[in-house]
Design a protein around this ligand. Structure first.
Ligand code: AMP
Ligand code: TRP
Length: 346
């Protein structure tokens, strides 16, 4: 079964957990902007996901608005697309319960992100952190979304969402047909993980993902960093002593060089081959100067606009509220159909 019988629809989410960075931009937000021309798009600030680990309530309110501001500042049009925060649409939590009864414990036990986040403390972390991927499946399936732009780190969660959709369709096949929904109720959502920077690495350590929670601020470029900070972080970024290679194969075993070339390519919108054709054979210093230029060019205006937008929280709240109403209008009938299929009385 594929997504072919379903109306194409894009859904993605970003957690309001502070320090939005270049990885979030290149892995996700930049793609949100590109997709809005061709698809109906729903972009969600996933605050229910954020509280799977402890959050300061006042800081959470601030970061929910900041993520919405980042979407808008990057170029997502809130009139054409739906921008909202997850907790305002109850279908997410309700569907997550139903799908939690479809998903199997064995499936969740394989999730590498849970293992990384829980570390040695598997008995001490929240139940929500464990069932996080089920909520993510509910986010997507509540809209019967067919395409999900995300970074590489979310690939396994997307596969789980597909498995859950498939099992629901199989478990309830007779009821789905009897309720007039044909052979399959949920689509198999496809991950959109494309381009030169689907996994942006730390600027300090090419073996670690660039992350909001890295204690070293120099490890990431934050979307709100000013030009001088961006320049300083790029110039300090870890490299190796060799010149840049002329071909992609020469990046093998050189994670820091590979990362910087990928970042340049994704920011400039060119393939990595083109970057090497231009800078291969040269020293890192010249390449880094060019990288600073393209990074400041691209991120400077976004950071500036984010900072301006967050000074008007009422305007952001109005966008989130209207987005939530529009999202609810799509999700409510789908959730209603799920209730009928499962056999609830309503
Ligand atoms: P999160 O901040 O975990 O909610 O992530 C929001 C989006 O950014 C998801 O689509 C992630 O896959 C993506 N993302 C996060 N970190 C990176 C990274 N280092 N490189 C590429 N994409 C990333
Ligand atoms: N788990 C995603 C992340 O951490 C965020 C997310 C939640 C999401 N729900 C989603 C992404 C639905 C895509 C679709 O990056």
């Amino acid at each position: 079964m594929t997504t072919t019988n379903f109306q194409p629809r894009v859904f993605s989410g970003v957690q309001p957990t502070g320090n939005l960075h270049l990885g979030n931009y290149l892995g996700a937000i930049q793609k949100f902007v590109a997709l809005q021309n061709d698809y109906e798009c729903i972009y969600c600030v996933v605050d229910l996901h954020a509280i799977t680990v402890a959050q300061d309530p006042l800081e959470l309110k601030r970061t929910i608005r900041e993520v919405a501001a980042a979407f808008i500042a990057a170029g997502v049009d809130p009139a054409k697309n739906i921008i909202f925060n997850q907790s305002q649409v109850s279908a997410h939590a309700e569907l997550a319960w139903v799908l939690g009864c479809t998903a199997r414990i064995g499936w969740l036990n394989r999730m590498t992100q849970f293992k990384e986040k829980a570390g040695k403390h598997t008995e001490q972390v929240s139940v929500g952190l464990y069932t996080y991927p089920v909520l993510m499946a509910a986010d997507i399936l509540a809209y019967k979304a067919t395409h999900v732009p995300v970074g590489e780190d979310q690939k396994q969660h997307l596969e789980l969402a597909r498995d859950i959709a498939q099992k629901f369709n199989n478990d309830f096949a007779a009821s789905i047909a009897a309720n007039g929904h044909g052979e399959a109720f949920f689509p198999q959502p496809e991950p959109l993980i494309q381009g030169a920077a689907t996994r942006v690495m730390s600027l300090r350590d090419g073996s670690k993902k660039m992350s909001k929670s890295d204690p070293s601020d120099a490890s990431r470029i934050n979307l709100t960093d000013d030009a001088d900070t961006i320049a300083a972080k790029v110039r300090k970024a870890k490299t190796d002593p060799e010149p840049l290679p002329l071909e992609i194969a020469g990046l093998e075993g050189r994670p820091e060089a590979d990362n910087l070339v990928g970042i340049y390519a994704a920011l400039a919108g060119v393939p990595k081959e083109r970057v090497l054709a231009e800078f291969g054979g040269g020293q890192f210093s010249g390449f880094k100067n060019a990288l600073v230029d393209v990074a400041v060019d691209k991120l400077g205006p976004i950071g500036g606009e984010m900072k301006r937008l967050v000074t008007e929280p009422d305007a952001i709240d109005a966008i989130l509220k209207s987005g939530a109403e529009r999202a609810d209008a799509i999700a409510r009938p789908i959730l209603g159909a799920v209730k009928d299929i499962v056999g609830f009385v309503r």
